[in-house]
Design a protein around this ligand. Structure first.
Ligand code: PMP
Ligand code: GLU
Length: 389
């Protein structure tokens, strides 16, 4: 416990809210949380569930209708048949990841995590007794893991490859061929794969983001897909995510959950059911809005002196390289110091790259209105122009 880090994204968001509560005009672009309200038909389904008395324990693995809906939605979009028994509904994708690592990792097992990585991966692996093996990727390669780098990271203790595409924190989306090449190495090395596909529907410019098990026959037997409603339907607070995996493992995850947390909120499950089975236009609409914001943020960041960003194909993050800015700065040496100075001087909250295993970079969430993003970028521009930076 003493070695466990708090979530840096949530910590920065808490700091920004505290500052805002004290009256400061803070522009919080730290946490990755869609700013849209949860669509009305979903909220109404939750209200109806409460009125209908669906306020009691449910089966620990989730209500049968929701497990069925997740399986059907996944099968429709991926083309891979899955059964409801393969689906375990959890308290958000974060909990789903915790379940997966707890079940799959033995003491000392290595989990290969391409860096930069989402803050919670390394800590969740350590909590399960495993060792995260961070494999650095470079902005020049759009922060993509190469098959050669994956091969070089393999040891006899390698157990799991963790993939996140579209990526948090980089917004990068692997092409199907790139994923296939990594899948081949994973299969050769007999690795299990945890594929975090929580942003799979937030992709831009007509890109495809195929689900990992669809890439090669046999992959479904070794992959745990993690997803949920938080990002796709703007439902972060409802806490519904899930795993899709081979049935014997799903059964074990259900048992684990029955002992640890019981069912996720019954009302939220009914809301998630409405999200998956109701009209999907809201997803396309939010995705279009994120793409517009991506255009704005990418263009403005690219124009800043010394700032570099990769090609942002999905999710809602810009992960930019500030190494040149740090090298030029009189007194700011690290991405954390840079973010702290930006918050102090210009009241803009971002998250330091070091939290994602990639010093010299900074993450901006663009899950905010264009007006807010523009004002935030104006302030960042001013901050950079300041002689002290
Ligand atoms: N994976 C990634 C890559 C994420 O960005 C998030 C968002 N926090 C999660 C998992 C967890 O999402 P949830 O809100 O469903 O726990
Ligand atoms: N995924 C979001 C982020 O990275 C939410 C915060 C969290 O769960 O860490 O900012």
């Amino acid at each position: 416990m003493a070695a466990l880090e708090p979530s840096a994204t949530l910590a920065m968001a808490a700091r920004a809210s505290a500052l805002a509560a004290s009256g400061a005009d803070v522009i919080d672009l730290s946490v990755g949380e869609p700013d849209f309200p949860t669509p009305d038909h979903i909220c109404r389904a939750a209200e109806a569930a409460i009125r209908a008395g669906r306020t009691k324990y449910t089966p620990a693995a989730g209500i049968p209708d929701l497990r069925k809906a997740v399986a059907a939605d996944y099968a429709r979009r991926s083309g891979l048949p899955v059964t409801p028994a393969q689906v375990i509904v959890s308290n958000g994708a974060k909990h789903a990841l915790h379940n997966a690592f707890t079940a799959l990792v033995n003491a000392g097992d290595e989990v290969i995590v391409p860096a930069p990585y989402w803050v919670s991966y390394a800590e969740l692996v350590k909590l399960a007794g495993g060792r995260p093996v961070l494999v650095e990727t470079r902005i020049e390669d759009d922060f993509k893991l190469s098959p050669a780098a994956l091969r070089a990271a393999l040891t006899p203790r390698s157990r799991i490859l963790l993939m996140c595409s579209p990526s948090n924190p980089t917004g990068v989306v692997y092409t199907p061929d790139e994923l296939r090449a990594l899948a081949d190495v994973a299969m050769e090395a007999d690795l299990a794969v945890v594929a975090d596909e929580i942003y799979d529907q937030l992709v831009f410019d007509g890109r495809q983001s195929p689900s990992f098990p669809t890439l090669r026959p046999g992959l479904a037997d070794r992959t745990v897909v993690v997803a949920g409603v938080s990002k796709t339907y703007s439902m972060t607070g409802w806490r519904i995510g899930w795993t899709i995996c081979p049935e014997p493992l799903a059964k074990a995850l259900g048992n684990l959950q029955s002992q640890e947390t019981s069912n996720p909120s019954s009302v939220s499950q009914h809301a998630a059911l409405a999200a998956l089975t109701g009209p999907q236009e809201c997803v396309a609409e939010m995705c279009r809005a994120f793409q517009k914001r991506r255009d704005l943020v990418a263009a403005r960041l690219r124009a800043l002196p010394g700032v570099r960003i990769p090609e942002i194909g999905g999710a809602f993050y810009a992960f930019f390289d500030i190494r040149e800015c740090l090298a030029r700065s009189r007194d700011i040496r690290t991405s954390l110091a840079w973010c702290e100075a930006l918050l102090d001087r210009e009241q803009v909250a971002l998250v330091a790259g070091s939290a994602f295993g990639s010093e010299g970079h900074v993450r901006m969430s663009f899950a905010a209105s264009e007006e807010k993003l523009s004002r935030g970028l104006d302030r960042i521009e001013k901050f950079l122009a300041d002689a002290a930076v």
